[in-house]
Design a protein around this ligand. Structure first.
Ligand code: NAD
Length: 293
């Protein structure tokens, strides 16, 4: 039986159309456009592509983007000054600092400096804490948010399921494990030090891989009928590949994400959704505070 292809590209288009309609209606009734500041330090080619995709996606839904490109040699203090300026700018609803940062910059300081209300990447400890506490008013990091939307769109309920996440990175695996717990899954997180990876992956109803190791997940590591989500993005011989041996694995699973066209577009859509959430909250709280004497 052919597996269900979890098509993140088509779902993204649908969600982005809805966001576009919302922005158009705001603007036509005299409201200001939502705004996202995107900060890129240095000229890492992969980061430049990601940033360009995010800015183009904003443009298409009508979100204004403010692009800051800083020298590779930028110091932590200089980047903190830019963030302070963006925190204060009224028309900036969301701030995204593209990671990874050059090694001389203290990434921790940078994440802490972003106002939690504008932290659309969801990496600030206040938003991570809200994820731990299952509080709706925080920002969920964009990739976990995108995966959650994709699974629920295809009617894949994670409640009570054995969800195995391979990769415990700060951007994907770790926050995703908290989100899956929030959704009442039984969660196992594996990583480079996991003793017997296959033992864990074979137990998965839903297997999510986020390591960046091409071909890590082979067919004999996947249970018949499982759902497989491939987060990995690695360039091999000019082609983008995931962590999963797609051709072999697709023969035995009930549903699987393609790479590209699965989680990637959903991550950008998650960013747009978080930016809109920040905008709605900021414009609402602004008008409420204006009403105060
Ligand atoms: P990371 O380096 O922070 O984390 C990688 C994790 O994988 C670590 O926990 C590490 O222990 C684990 N790992 C590495 N090799 C392993 C192995 N052989 N067996 C088991 N675990 C292993 O990376 P990240 O930022 O979490 O990103 C992971 C991957 O996801 C990368 O390929 C990245 O490009 C991709 N990514 C994709 C999207 C998207 O939109 N699709 C978004 C973000 C990241």
């Amino acid at each position: 039986m052919k597996p269900l292809i979890l098509d993140g590209k088509t779902l993204s288009q649908k969600i982005r159309e809805e966001l576009k309609a919302e922005v158009e209606s705001i603007v036509s009734s005299g409201g200001r456009r939502p705004g996202l500041a995107v900060v890129l330090v240095g000229d890492d080619p992969a980061s430049e592509v990601y940033v360009k995709n995010k800015i183009n996606a904003c443009k298409r839904v009508g979100i204004e983007s403010f692009f800051y490109k800083l020298e590779r040699s930028t110091l932590t203090e200089e980047l903190l000054e830019v963030i302070a300026e963006l925190n204060a700018r009224e028309e900036v609803d969301g701030i995204l600092v593209q990671l990874p940062l050059p090694s001389q910059i203290d990434q921790r300081e940078v994440i802490l400096a972003i106002s939690p209300e504008k932290d659309v990447d969801g990496f600030h400890p206040e938003n991570m804490g809200k994820l731990v506490a299952s509080m709706e008013d925080g920002f969920i990091p964009c990739t976990p948010l995108g995966i959650d939307l994709l699974l629920s769109h295809y009617g894949i309920d994670v409640k009570g399921k054995d969800v195995v996440i391979v990769g415990a990175g700060f951007i994907v695996g770790r926050p995703l494990s908290l989100l899956m717990l929030w959704r009442d899954a039984t969660v196992t997180v594996c990583h480079i030090h996991t003793k017997d990876l296959k033992k864990h992956t074979l137990g998965a109803d839903i297997l999510i891989s986020a390591t960046g190791v091409p071909g890590l997940i082979k067919s004999d590591m996947v249970r018949e009928g499982a759902v497989v989500v491939d987060v990995g993005i690695t360039k091999v011989d000019g082609r983008i590949v995931g962590d999963v041996d797609f051709e072999a694995v697709k023969e035995k699973v009930s549903a699987i994400t393609p790479v590209p066209g699965g989680v990637g577009p959903m991550t950008v859509t998650g960013l747009l959704m978080n930016t809109m959430k920040a905008y709605r909250r900021r414009t609402r709280s602004h008008s409420t505070s204006m009403m105060k004497p």
